[in-house]
Design a protein around this ligand. Structure first.
Ligand code: ZN
Ligand code: ZN
Length: 361
């Protein structure tokens, strides 16, 4: 468990950064940022951070839970939260209040804005909390590690049941059942099981199609445990693969290893992406690699930084990111290999323990 102080420390960092942004408060309603700054896991809540104090607003369903999870004052609203939030803003005489435009509905902004005193205004703030969230604490890394372990164990348990005739959705259900039995709260995203030519869709949803002999199968899965995500892609083959599958698999594996090799604090994300692309280019497959090499993960499955060819960021120690090059060929299928890694000062730690061999069934 992170100590209550960890959340208080984060709020202190935010409170200390308000003045330089010419703000008197920051309003947070997005669940992941809310959890990051307060520990609150309920589905309805908002946080108002000021230099003097932070208040969590929620409804009576979360009365007991909020008091257990949160170390700052909690206001239980009797009606819609906006009435109490606006009242607190008026009482505290707050003028410029930051909000997260990417993370808030127009409806909530309008409801809140229309109830504010004339001297108060809502000011957009982009990416501030996401930037803080990029660098994980040891406690967060431990949670990601546990999530990765659960995910990999669920994969091993479920793969034992794979037979020709099993439907994509049966395997997805088996994977998700196993991860829950092993301690996950839920999958981090909709589990992908895509067999044969459907594997050429990078984000295919499992269907009732049966796995058949000669199928290449993409399995992309993640577990959320104690709020933190994991993300892994592995490939199965039913039968014995031919030359094209073997060659394409080797290309993707080499690309993935080259990108992992490039991960260390200080390098640009574009450099890491380029290493994967260069290998695939050598195989004439770079144009079949249609997405970026990776993404950050933590409380959410997709967080900054992005590791793509047009991204401008640099990696820092303590970031948790995926490395997942893939090749998608219409009429053939897709091959992707994905690990979760942690950026270190002079390299990275690959958290995913699962073998990267093509799994033959
Ligand atoms: Zn994935
Ligand atoms: Zn991913």
């Amino acid at each position: 468990m992170p100590t209550v102080d960890e959340y208080a420390e984060r709020r202190k960092t935010v409170a200390a950064g308000l003045a330089e942004r010419k703000l008197e408060a920051l309003f947070i309603s997005w669940s992941a940022n809310l959890r990051y700054l307060s520990g609150f896991t309920g589905s309805n809540g908002s946080l108002l951070i000021t230099p003097g104090q932070t208040i969590l607003f929620t409804d009576p369903r979360y009365d007991v839970q909020a008091r257990e999870e949160v170390s700052c004052p909690v206001k239980i609203a009797k009606g819609p939260l906006v009435f109490d939030i606006a009242a607190a803003i008026a009482r505290l005489k707050l003028r410029r209040i930051g909000y997260e435009p990417v993370r808030m509905t127009c409806d909530l902004l309008e409801a809140l804005g229309s109830r504010l005193p004339a001297r108060s205004s809502m000011e957009p703030v982009a990416g501030w909390i996401e930037e803080l969230r990029m660098i994980k604490t040891e406690v967060e890394l431990d949670r990601i590690r546990r999530s990765v372990e659960t995910n990999s164990r669920a994969f091993e348990q479920a793969v034992k049941h794979v037979r020709p005739g099993m439907r994509e959705q049966d395997l997805a259900a088996e994977l998700e059942y196993r991860m829950r039995r092993l301690g996950a709260e839920k999958p981090s995203f909709e589990t992908i099981v895509a067999a044969g030519t459907r594997g050429a869709l990078p984000h295919a949803q499992p269907t009732s199609a049966a796995l058949a002999s000669g199928n290449l199968v993409v399995v992309d899965m993640g577990a959320t445990q104690h709020g933190y995500c994991s993300d892994m892609t592995r490939m199965l083959f039913l039968g014995s693969p031919g030359a094209k599958v073997k060659r394409t698999y080797r290309a993707v594996l080499e690309a993935q290893l080259a990108a992992i090799d490039a991960v260390r604090a200080g390098v640009s994300t574009a450099h890491v992406d380029r290493q994967a692309r260069k290998v695939l280019q050598g195989y004439g497959l770079d144009r079949a690699f249609v997405h970026s090499t990776g993404h950050g993960l933590g409380l959410e499955i997709h967080e900054p930084p992005r590791i793509g060819k047009r991204d401008k960021g640099r990696l820092s120690a303590g970031m948790a990111v995926t490395i997942e090059p893939g090749v998608y060929l219409e009429g053939f299928g897709g091959i992707r290999i994905e690990d979760t890694v942690v950026v270190m000062p002079s390299g990275c730690e690959v958290l995913t323990p699962t073998s990267k061999e093509l799994r033959l069934i």
